[in-house]
Design a protein around this ligand. Sequence first.
Ligand code: C5J
Length: 221
Amino acid sequence: MKQIQAAPYPFDFDPATLGLIVIDMQRDFIEPGGFGASLGNDVSRLGAIVPIVQQLLEGFRRSGLTIIHTRECHRPDLSDLPLSKQNRGAADLRIGDVGPMGRLLIAGEQGAEIVPALAPKSGEIVLDKPGKGAFCRTNLEEILLDKKLQHLVLAGVTTEVCVQTTMREANDRGFDCLVATDATDSYFPAFKTATIEMITAQGGIVGWAAPTNNILEALNA
Ligand code: C5J
């Protein structure tokens, strides 16, 4: 067993059962002209975590561990886009509309791709998901069980939406989850802080939190 120094207490894991899930590091959330920007967000904050997510990915690659990348996106015919999601808010551009990086949040368009610096390598799993949580209408649970994973490190964007939703879904399914605190971010700094506090409160009611350095130290130990 190995141990990551984490909040609210150390995270013990067997390296054979540890995997990394990188949530939605897509151009649509991180670059100007994408879905995140269409909602009025300042996307520059999220781009700042790319080098840290890269370090985390490299650490998992060196250790030969399972890596899963998710992408929030929909089929071109929008058949997996609930009307409630399509109609939500008052954005100028909606999911499926054409923006500077192609149709917003549509599989196959430039905006739906993972930013080049974090591009998945051969053998890594890329999972498209229509919801905020990565378990909603995907086979993620089967993938994790098939690979006999029990311990999950989560990174990506945004902390309080897709990262937190996925972590809660995983926690309820019996996985031990840790969020990499500096490899995730939100358009709203206060929401990131609050999410990490919520996750780790009450003895880790949703899981653990630790910075990337602590995770890499444990992998290298
Ligand atoms: C959002 C996400 N915020 N990946 N998606 O709509 O967090």
